[in-house]
Design a protein around this ligand. Structure first.
Ligand code: LLP
Length: 419
């Protein structure tokens, strides 16, 4: 745990900066990230990997803000990307292509070209059809594409069905039983170079056991693939380590990394490199979303606190019924009432928190916690709502990492029909 967002003299602060002053200066809704919290979360991985054959590739999808990526790049992080757009972000943020792994089920030929030209470390390929496409694209460029296959180990990570990705019945990866043959085919393709094996079993996983099961299955496969004459240099265990939103108790990052690395060593595979692809666990609790109460609306069955942030700003509650803790920025010494915290968007699904005991009045600020991962990146302009600003706090200073969008910019490129 870290102490980046704490109360000082009764006011929530991001590091040394008061959330009240942030809201006044930059407006709400406002994403606030802590450089120290980002650094601590990343360093927990890096420290546990130090001196081992292991490296960390931060999943850009969780938080793609350039300043955030730059914090990680300066710490020497690699990155896991799922689009050409994310590759462009990584490069613009000072990340190195040679430390990038390219995941995703639907890479276009253009994205493959872009990644081959940039020189990414590895393509995590998810189907035979994708192997064929990559082989053709690499051939046309006169290059060899480094590949690993994302294998679906079919373990149950016991997480939300929308974010569990390693079970048989989903679109990700090559089925375990087909993987050996897929590797034979990959090895025979002239413009591919098999370098590793990959899996990603889900997200917000709060136990180590499913990872150990997945690794065991992967290593058994690696032995078969090597018996077929193809060397596997690295094992990518994916991302997915959970965080505390409410009362979850995920393993500590250092323990998680060391347990996996020790397990792989003990199985006699310590000579291979191990890649981690964390997203949520390096950014989730390094950010909050500040919002202001517009109205309190008492009702017969429910009280509503209508705030200026909405599902377009933070989609997770509406999309996954996800829980985010919500706290008053300046708690009042009054008896709390129970509210559903909802946004202004015209959908019943537009809620941010349900049945929260809050002592609030209109105009008060609330902090929605754990918003650093899958927050801003999943935001939209639904209801023609400009997307929130993002600031990053470093000690006693706050930097605008992305200004608030203007309404004009939202339709600046739209045109009317001709006369
Ligand atoms: N690697 C791959 C191939 C992935 O698909 C993902 C996330 C990650 C790494 C990073 O996983 P993490 O460490 O963040 O769990 N929008 C959902 C989460 C979707 C995760 C998709 N894949 C949410 O808000 O909970």
């Amino acid at each position: 745990a870290h102490s980046a967002f704490t109360y000082i003299d009764g006011v929530l602060h991001a590091e040394q900066v008061s959330a009240v002053s942030l809201a006044e200066e930059f407006g709400t809704p406002l994403y606030v990230y802590s450089r120290a919290a980002l650094t601590d979360a990343y360093e927990a991985y890096a420290r546990a990997c130090a001196g081992r054959r292991a490296s960390v590739h931060v999943a850009v999808k969780a938080n793609g803000n350039l300043a955030v990526l730059n914090v990680f790049a300066r710490l020497g992080a690699g990155f896991d990307i799922v689009s050409g757009g994310e590759l462009a972000r990584v490069l613009a943020a000072g990340g190195k292509a040679e430390n990038v792994v390219f995941s995703g089920v639907g890479k276009s030929a253009d994205e493959m070209r872009q990644a081959l030209e940039a020189g990414v470390k590895c393509f995590n390929v998810e189907s035979i059809a994708e192997l064929d496409r990559l082989d053709a694209v690499a051939g046309a460029l006169g290059k060899k594409a480094p590949v690993s296959l994302r294998v679906n180990p079919d373990v149950d990570p016991k997480t939300h069905p929308y974010i569990s990705t390693g079970l048989k019945a989903n679109k990700f990866g090559v089925a375990f039983d087909d993987a050996r043959d897929a590797y034979r085919r990959a090895a025979a393709m002239p413009h591919l170079e098999v370098v590793g094996i990959d899996c990603h079993i889900g997200s917000q996983i709060t136990e180590i056991a499913p990872y150990l099961d997945a690794v065991d299955r992967l290593l058994a496969l690696v032995e078969q693939i090597e018996a077929d004459g193809t060397r596997i240099h690295h094992v990518d265990v994916g991302g997915g380590l959970g965080i505390t939103y409410d009362d979850e108790t995920p393993p500590d990052t250092g323990l998680f990394v060391r347990t996996l690395l020790d397990h792989i060593d003990a199985r006699g595979h310590g000579h291979r490199s191990v890649f981690f692809e964390p997203g949520r666990s390096v950014t989730g609790n390094a950010g909050i979303l500040l919002t202001r109460v517009e109205f309190l609306k008492p009702g017969e069955e429910k009280n509503f606190a209508i705030v200026d942030a909405a599902m377009n700003d933070l989609a997770r509650p509406a999309m996954y019924q996800a829980f985010h803790a919500i706290d008053a920025v300046v708690p009042r010494n009054e008896a709390p009432s129970v509210y559903d915290v909802v946004g202004p968007v015209c959908e019943s699904g537009d809620w941010l928190g349900r049945e929260r005991a809050l002592a609030v009045r209109p105009g008060d600020l609330l902090a929605i916690r754990s918003a650093g991962a899958y927050g801003f990146v999943m935001s939209s302009n639904y209801n023609t709502r400009p997307r929130a600003a993002e600031v990053i706090v470093d000690g006693d200073k706050a930097y605008v990492a992305r200004p608030r969008e203007t309404v004009e910019s939202l339709f600046a490129t739209e045109t009317l029909l001709p006369d």
